[in-house]
Ligand binder design. Structure first.
Ligand code: SF4
Length: 335
């Protein structure tokens, strides 16, 4: 992994933020592209948010990019571009939670501090038959204490070893126990109880939200708007999204619309089920002979864009699926 050959806290930080909620093999090309463009914390701090989003596009969970960017500005302007080594200072940086704090400080500077994430909790719970429910936030403390009992002078190697063990060997399903360098010490393996660990309560069921997505067309351009700076997909671009119940009263508008296949996007605790339609702007204006519908569906921060311009916008991952459906539809029309 490219971030394992460096002691540069900035690069370790970027990799750890990208790896949250995202698989290693997905992250590698994004990490390489990001670091090539934003080589140092100063480069990132001085970049425009839109460009940072562009390099994040496809990784999802854009709040991570936003925090990383703001955090880089803090390191650049408050600490003169040097990532602080002191945990008290470092944990004040945007987006640095206890795991990232531990990973960056231990790997880059050798600070003896735990870096406990889901992988590490899984390894330790199997090794020591720890019964704490890893889905509960308060359990982290128990695992951090365990790490502190075990960590030696080389905190960097210790934490990285645990992380790698969790990612490559002690996987959630079918752990490779026979290949594991820790098997002679692992109580779960010795007592054949690996399957029972970690203890993890079931996640709450995701809530489903149904939306009509309006792809409003004007000649060869399409309306996209910037989302508010709070909430899901904040500051990213997307199409107008109307809740299905609210849409009912406007369903008559669909008469002349083109229906695209339904798409779905899964967030951490919610699912968006989206039904995109392509509708000419004229239809919104003609039916009421006034601007009411336009005002209702299109926010102030929007504009009409060509396909080429859409490619350059930082678009929320959920909307990328709609963009793809729209593009496929246009391509089919050309054939
Ligand atoms: S022996 Fe198996 S369960 Fe124990 S740490 Fe290794 S991979 Fe995990």
């Amino acid at each position: 992994m490219p971030w394992r050959n460096t002691k540069d806290p900035y690069k370790i930080w970027v990799s750890e933020i990208m790896l949250q909620q995202t698989r290693v093999d997905t992250v590698i090309p994004y990490y390489e592209r990001f670091i090539e463009r934003f080589e140092s914390v100063l480069e990132l701090a001085n970049a425009q948010t839109e460009e940072v989003y562009k390099y994040w596009q496809g990784l999802g969970y854009y709040r991570r990019a936003d925090n990383l960017h703001k955090g880089a500005q803090m390191v650049a302007f408050k600490y003169g571009g040097k990532f602080p080594k002191d945990p008290k200072e470092a944990k004040e940086i945007n987006g640095i939670g206890p795991y990232t704090l531990g990973a960056v400080l231990s790997i880059a500077f050798g600070v003896e501090i735990p870096a406990v994430d889901g992988n590490v909790m899984r390894v330790l719970s199997r090794q020591f038959l720890i019964e704490e429910d890893i889905a509960k936030a308060k359990s982290r403390k128990i695992f951090e204490e365990k790490v502190m009992q075990l960590i030696g002078e080389d905190a960097s190697s210790f934490n990285q070893g645990l992380m790698e063990l969790g990612a490559m060997i002690c996987t959630p399903l079918n752990p490779k126990c026979t290949l594991c360098p820790m098997k002679s010490l692992c109580q779960g393996y010795k007592k054949q109880k690996v399957e029972n660990y970690p203890v993890k309560s079931k996640k709450e069921k995701s809530k489903i939200y149904e939306y009509k997505v309006l792809i409003i067309k004007k000649e060869d351009t399409y309306w996209l708007e910037k989302r508010p700076n709070q909430g899901l997909l904040a500051n990213l671009w997307g199409f107008p999204l109307i809740e299905k119940e609210k849409w009912e009263q406007y369903r008559y508008l669909e008469e002349k619309a083109i229906h695209l296949p339904q798409t779905k996007h899964i967030f951490t605790h919610r699912v968006w089920e989206m039904e995109p339609i392509i509708i000419e702007e004229q239809e919104l204006l003609d039916i009421k002979k006034e601007l009411k519908l336009k005002k209702l569906f299109m926010n102030q921060n929007g504009g009409y864009f060509t396909n080429e311009e859409i490619d350059l916008l930082p678009i929320g991952t959920a909307f990328m699926k709609v963009v793809k459906e729209k593009r496929d539809h246009v391509e089919r029309g050309k054939r």
